[in-house]
Design a protein. Structure first.
Length: 276
């Protein structure tokens, strides 16, 4: 009888965990999709693509390449987030569906699988935590183009680092650990609001015609040093004020025309950007 009760209780807990996990994943998907939709409006990418999980974030990093960052960080995102999340999700599902077995039979059939699963979870969690810190700057630095917004980004990055070592920092002090967790949760909501406001503001500037999206650099006509120099001169900003609305005011031969407010390189082509 007690075994039946224990099994029923464990099954109920498993169901609750699955429901909570689904709600968290759904909320994360909605937030990511809305943010991607705003960013796709800025890039001129079809809005429907913003609702494809993982691809939407990958596409944002791909659009950053040559505008803000030298490399396509979307590849690192897929390797360090999408693949581990899929593996961890499959592992958790498998563990939940393991039959309840105790004693010697458990050790014979499932002990090795369980240990390997825990190792994968720990390693995957560490990898995701480290790249979460890196991609925090890759994702938001270019749209946090005011001093106040960048301070918010730095605070969020600091809290992310502290959370990675919170088990050691607050070891034995449950009260401080709980206060930190609540504070981090509250600030994560503040951070979410700020990056939505920042992205919406960037989109409004571009639509107003007073700002323009940074052109993608032509890597075929630039060497590595020139690419680094131009991107550094852009100060990691995704959009810049339109300095000139045309070429009529320029004397012939003064090419390339300084459409954006960064030092132009003689080998760089300025291409027309079309917004959809």
């Amino acid at each position: 009888m007690f075994n039946n009760i224990d099994e029923h209780m464990i099954n109920q807990i498993g169901v609750i965990v699955l429901i909570v996990s689904f709600i968290v994943l759904l909320f994360g998907y909605i937030i990511t999709a809305i943010f991607s939709k705003i960013m796709f409006d800025i890039f001129g990418v079809k809005s429907g693509l913003a609702f494809i999980p993982f691809y939407n974030t990958y596409r944002i990093y791909k659009e950053y390449k040559g505008r803000v960052w030298k490399r396509n960080w979307g590849v690192a995102y897929i390797i360090t987030f999408a693949i581990p999340m899929a593996v961890i999700g499959g592992l958790v599902f498998a563990l939940i569906n393991l039959p309840i077995i105790t004693g010697d039979k458990f050790y014979e059939e499932f002990a090795t699988t369980l240990i390997l699963g825990l190792v994968v979870l720990i390693i995957g969690g560490l990898v995701i935590s480290v790249f979460n810190f890196i991609l925090l700057f890759i994702t938001y630095l270019s749209i946090f183009d005011t001093k106040g917004r960048r301070i918010v980004l730095y605070i969020q990055a600091g809290l992310t680092v502290l959370s990675m070592f919170s088990a050691f920092i607050f070891q034995g002090n449950t009260t401080l650990a709980n206060i930190f967790s609540v504070g981090q949760f509250i600030f994560s909501i503040v951070f979410m609001v700020v990056y939505f406001v920042a992205a919406t503001d960037i989109r409004a500037r571009v639509r107003s015609g007073k700002y323009v999206l940074q052109e993608k650099l032509d890597y075929n006509n630039l060497n590595s040093y020139e690419i680094d120099s131009i991107l550094k001169a852009r100060d990691r900003k995704l959009v810049v004020p339109v300095m000139y609305n045309g070429m009529d005011n320029y004397p012939m031969g003064n090419y390339p025309y300084p459409v954006n407010n960064y030092p132009m390189n003689n080998n760089e082509e300025v291409n027309r950007i079309e917004y959809v």
